[in-house]
Design a binder for this molecule. Structure first.
Ligand code: RP5
Length: 162
């Protein structure tokens, strides 16, 4: 199976990445995590992105806050699908990162999830890889069923909590 590459702009973004990693582990998807900054280490971010396809990655998740250009910078250097996570790391509550991540020019898309949406970034990466992996597709369907059942269990018990 192809790997998911995860890059974050700073290790202060780690709590968001941990949410993504948990989902990838649950779904038995191989991954690799790096700290590369579009601004502080642009050459390393570029080298990783440009070599990602030949290194066995199938999709890249890029998380950054504030003037969050990392996902776009990664997308500029690969045709692999790139999923951007805008992180809430300033007193603008992540709106700065959301707009910086989502407003990409035509031809260089970044599939942007919610502010701090680490889990959904991993689920979306899994769905992309599942297009060419029937076993992963089955694991995703099982996960959906389990998540639905968890809601129904909460429904059954909600009156007792009131
Ligand atoms: C961004 O600036 C990072 O992605 C992080 O969200 C934010 C703050 O970084 P640090 O100053 O904590 O390293 O580039």
């Amino acid at each position: 199976m192809k790997k998911v590459g995860i890059v974050m702009g700073s290790d202060s973004d780690l709590p968001i990445i941990q949410k993504a990693v948990k989902v990838l582990k649950d779904l038995q998807i191989p991954y690799e995590v790096h700290v590369y900054s579009a601004h502080r280490t642009p050459e390393e971010a570029k080298a990783f992105s440009a070599g990602a396809e030949s290194s066995g990655f199938g999709v890249i998740i890029a998380a950054a806050g504030m003037a969050a250009h990392l996902a776009g910078a990664v997308a500029a250097n690969t045709t692999l699908p790139v999923i951007g996570i805008p992180c809430k790391s300033s007193n603008l509550e992540g709106l700065d990162a959301l707009l910086s991540t989502v407003q990409m020019p035509s031809g260089i898309p970044v599939a942007t999830v919610a502010i701090d949406g680490g889990a959904n970034a991993a689920f979306l990466a899994a769905q992309i890889l599942a297009l060419s992996d029937a076993e992963l597709s089955e694991r995703l369907k099982s996960r959906r069923k389990a998540d639905a059942q968890a809601v129904l269990t909460k429904d059954a018990g909600i009156m007792e909590r009131l």
